[in-house]
Ligand binder design. Structure first.
Ligand SMILES: CCC/C=C/C=C/C(=O)SCCNC(=O)CCNC(=O)[C@H](O)C(C)(C)COP(=O)(O)OP(=O)(O)OC[C@H]1O[C@@H](n2cnc3c(N)ncnc32)[C@H](O)[C@@H]1OP(=O)(O)O
Ligand SMILES: NC(=O)C1=CN([C@@H]2O[C@H](COP(=O)(O)OP(=O)(O)OC[C@H]3O[C@@H](n4cnc5c(N)ncnc54)[C@H](OP(=O)(O)O)[C@@H]3O)[C@@H](O)[C@H]2O)C=CC1
Length: 328
């Protein structure tokens, strides 16, 4: 009976948390040792680094895409942002351009539709000319047991992430090659593109495909003046990601405990790394895969990392046991 009551209470707590929108779910405070790793929010590259350059960012109206657009615009780029929701894009474009004084264009685009990608690229060419920087950031994702995935759910995620990135990259890449113009491409994947992960299987498969695409093109198209790099972010709080990956907020504490730097990443930190990779300061970088996760990946991978939970007294006992072992 007591077990039944406990299960009911646990379910009630879980269910109550489910009715909060992502913005009202309590955020976990960073761990105390994160004081050693304060995020520096300001743009790190010199003013004007992207003056005279055009940057195209998919999914540039929200979350990490918006932060990258804001930093590139601050550094002098003329930006074009594209995604499905024109109103959201236009508001972001107006706000960023109002702050930086540089043009930000909003273009409606569903990256899953190759004809729409062609039309969008034609539009960009007439608006700004071919871009110098292309960031494939648009994505779709949700946590779901794989046995509950429909064919359309699989298609929806893989079409946005893998096919969308391929359509944008090929359409712009072919035109850049024909025009003999160099450019820096960047794809945003995730740490589990490498390891795989249950419960986000279409995203893991598609992001791994994006990495193979970018590494392959880094080799094939380098001599045309095109560079291809990849950032694999760990958890960075955005509404788009956290509302679909941790809708109740119950997994955030676990994430924090796995991150050696004791805090989530900040969108502005990502934006600094992205702008470095797309700038001439990184002109010798191509085919690189940069993990940007506060150390979470290696913490999860290391067989014995759980031992950080062992107390000093427990260590004394364990050491005694180990030292007293003789022979094999
Ligand atoms: C923490 C560290 C690692 C983090 C990694 C993060 C990676 C990320 O990518 S975070 C980015 C998250 N942002 C987004 O996902 C933004 C865009 N997302 C969306 O627009 C939607 O979530 C969606 C991807 C579903 C696409 O929307 P669309 O309107 O095109 O699709 P729907 O018609 O709604 O759905 C298509 C099929 O998917 C099924 N489906 C949708 N949600 C779920 C769900 N939660 N569980 C199971 N299935 C789902 C839906 O039922 C449709 O299938 P069917 O019913 O068979 O037609
Ligand atoms: N935040 C995090 O912790 C992590 C994020 N990432 C990656 O970072 C990137 C940004 O994610 P984040 O900012 O968190 O989440 P968001 O949900 O804010 O960003 C996703 C963007 O993709 C756009 N998008 C989705 N579907 C399409 C489509 N069919 N065509 C065009 N645009 C589309 C959305 O705009 P719209 O709805 O208007 O189409 C939105 O702007 C993604 O690649 C994600 O996988 C990786 C690891 C961790």
């Amino acid at each position: 009976m007591a077990a039944l009551v406990l299960r009911w209470k646990t379910f009630k707590t879980f269910a109550a948390s489910c009715f909060h929108s992502s913005s009202t779910v309590a955020q976990q405070p960073p761990l105390p040792h994160s004081r050693f790793f304060p995020p520096l929010e300001a743009a790190m590259l010199p003013d004007g680094t992207f003056r005279g350059r055009v940057a195209f960012i998919t999914g540039g109206g929200t979350g990490l895409g918006r932060a990258m657009t804001a930093t590139l615009s601050h550094l002098g780029a003329e930006c074009v942002i594209a995604s499905r929701k024109l109103e959201v894009l236009q508001q972001a474009a107006d706000e960023i351009s109002g702050q930086t004084g540089n043009k930000v264009h909003a273009v409606q685009l569903d990256v899953r539709d190759p004809q729409a990608v062609t039309r969008c690229v034609e539009h960009i060419e007439s608006l700004t000319g071919l871009p110098d920087v292309i960031i494939n950031n648009a994505a779709g994702n949700f946590v779901c047991p794989s046995e509950n995935l429909s064919a359309n759910a699989w298609k929806s995620i893989t079409d946005i992430v893998l096919n969308g990135t391929a359509f944008v990259t090929l359409e712009l890449g072919k035109r850049l090659v024909r025009s003999q113009k160099g450019a820096a491409f960047l794809a945003i994947t995730t740490i589990y593109a490498e390891s795989g992960s249950g419960f986000v299987v279409p995203s893991a498969a598609a992001k791994a495909g994006v990495e193979a695409l970018y590494k392959s093109l880094a080799g094939e198209w380098g001599h045309y003046g095109l560079r291809f790099n990849i950032i694999q972010p760990g958890p960075i709080r955005t509404k788009g990601a956290f509302s679909r990956l941790d809708p109740t907020g119950q997994f955030e504490a676990g994430m924090l405990s796995r991150i050696p730097t004791g805090r989530l990443g900040q969108a502005s930190e990502m934006a600094n790394l992205a702008s470095y990779l797309c700038s001439d300061y990184a002109s010798w970088m191509s085919g690189a895969v940069i993990r940007f996760d506060g150390g979470e990946y290696v913490m999860m991978a290391g067989e014995f990392n759980e031992l950080h939970k062992v107390t000093a007294d427990q260590w004394k006992v364990m050491e005694k046991m180990i030292r007293s072992t003789k022979g094999s």
